[in-house]
Design a protein around this ligand. Sequence first.
Ligand code: B1M
Length: 218
Amino acid sequence: MPDAPRSMLGELRQAVLDGNAKEAAAATERALAAGVPAGTLVDEALIPAMDEAGRLFESGEFFVPELLVAARALKASQAFLTPLLAGGPAMARGRIAIGTVKGDMHDIGKNLVVALLQGGGFEVIDLGADVPPERFVAAVADDRADIVGLSALLTTTMLQMTTTVRALEAAGVRGSVKVIVGGAPVTQRFADEIGADGYADNAAAAVVLARRLMDAPA
Ligand code: B1M
């Protein structure tokens, strides 16, 4: 990549880390105008910025307020990128209800998954963050979702994935829906243990997985 776009990625990364929403939006607009693809801005500026914020949090240099303003700056950038990422063909590949599980407020990664699923031709019901199991059940029973997507970023809230799968079983709708799971602490092994139909470790892989599950017999 030429030097100018590379330095633009650095500017965006820094604006997010500084929690400067105005500069994050401006840096995003500059980079897009210079032809840097939206996906590159996500992969090489936004995700590394949040990884760095996580490292600074662990080392005691960042506290929750710094994480919050960094997340707000990231969302200022994401507002420009989401329509570009979601701009794929509307092919109605299937209906996916997705949310971050109960007790978990982290929604940046989930929002990326939503954008790429929309770009991949899925109809997405975005349930938001801190979603109780009964809301996922209703998305299947009432809104007839083909797939339920569960995101979790905390080792503690991963357990809500188990609770949600059990709630789908108890409501008698587990057989009519595929369940996919993801989020930083989640693994394929955990997905297998809780009886999920699939695990994806990033947003692009979630789209591939959802397509594969829609093609598979129920
Ligand atoms: Co929090 N937080 N946080 N946090 N936070 C983490 C997750 C943590 C790892 C930081 C750390 O200690 N290093 C740590 C968790 C430790 C653990 O449980 N193992 C942590 C903690 C401890 C906490 C609090 C408890 C802090 C406190 O209050 N003392 C608190 C909990 C609040 C709650 O949820 N109840 C808390 C709060 C927050 C903020 C609100 C301040 C903010 C979130 C803002 C928001 O999301 N709106 C925040 C942030 C920003 C982070 C870090 C720094 C960044 C997370 C992020 O957005 N990553 C994070 C450290 C880190 O991850 N490096 C951290 C970027 C994002 C693109 O990646 O979400 O992993 P990710 O999504 C990826 C994949 O995982 C995957 O695709 C995405 C894109 O590729 N994916 C899926 C995600 N969902 C998927 C679903 C799928 C498939 C793939 O299918 C359905």
